[in-house]
Design a protein around this ligand. Structure first.
Ligand code: 8IG
Length: 273
């Protein structure tokens, strides 16, 4: 463990390379093949992914900040997948609203790329805009709207975001589970949940899901040349869609209830990557 976050004056790619080198030492794996970021509601699924070969607090690696949110565990596991690959699993992530800067938000993604991962599965818990998507419903992310006003890119880095969320990987998921819906994920900065008016705005803009993560990670992953699968778990109906207020606890509860389905889905996907 060294600095609390990639330092403002430190090159983020160099910081990720350093973390990846420490990861190789601590896990005994020179390379990892794919990465998964497990967000709210997805953590209980981790035990179904394969045999855990190493498990460490993310703060053991250069540039990772301690977790700020209950239920966001901040650990990293190295897992043997049933297809003979090695997966790097991030349990918890750094969010924009933590105020540590965009570089800290995407440091895990860049570390995964530096560790050799060519594919990344980005998961999150989110609010759903369609009443038929009851809490516990998984949705494939087909595209995103980044409303954070931020970007992980520096300078004139004009990267293409067409097919950001791999059509190939989405089709693979639909083969595994033909009932899977697809939707556009809109990221707000948070940490407050939306007002009902903001949820209506999100719907008018073309969103099906609202959350506080994923889009900046996807952009950084695309910059690094990775193929991206985005999976949301609708843990609650977005604000104003029911008469109820939103609570962080219901988010965690929906995850526990959906763990088996999510774990099964993820394990099957991972075995085919
Ligand atoms: I879990 O309803 C979860 N994360 N912005 N809105 C936003 N983020 C979320 C929500 C939600 N639920």
């Amino acid at each position: 463990m060294t600095d609390a976050a990639p330092l403002p004056h430190e090159d983020p790619i160099a910081a990720a390379a350093r973390a990846a080198s420490e990861l190789a030492d601590l896990t005994g794996a020179a390379q990892h093949d794919l990465a998964l970021v497990l967000g709210s509601g997805w953590l209980p699924a981790v035990d179904l992914l394969g045999e855990t070969l190493a498990d460490l607090p993310s703060t053991d690696l250069h540039g990772f900040a301690p977790p700020a949110v209950a239920g966001h565990a901040g650990r990293i596991r190295s897992i043997a997948t049933s297809s003979g690959g090695r997966a790097l699993v991030f349990l918890g992530r750094t969010h924009v609203y933590e105020g540590r800067g965009v570089e800290a938000v995407v440091h895990g993604v860049r570390t995964a790329a530096a560790a050799g991962c060519r594919t990344i599965v980005l998961t999150n818990g989110c609010g759903g805009l369609h009443p038929e998507w009851t809490p516990g419903t998984p949705v494939l992310i087909s595209d995103h709207i980044n409303m954070t006003g931020a970007s992980p890119l520096r300078g004139a880095t004009f990267i293409d975001l067409t097919d950001l969320y791999s059509a190939r990987l989405r089709a693979l998921c639909r083969q595994i589970d033909p009932t899977l819906a697809e939707g556009v994920y809109l990221q707000f900065r948070g940490p407050q949940y939306e007002t009902p008016a903001e949820v209506r705005m999100a719907g008018i803009l073309g969103a099906d899901l609202v959350g506080m993560s994923t889009t900046l990670e996807a952009i950084a992953a695309r910059e690094a040349g990775m193929e991206i699968l985005g999976l949301s778990l609708v843990t609650n109906l977005a604000a104003g869609m029911t008469g109820e207020a939103l609570h962080h606890e219901e988010v965690l509860e929906a995850g526990k209830l959906a763990a088996e389905r999510m774990g099964g889905l993820l394990a099957t996907v991972v075995s085919q990557l």
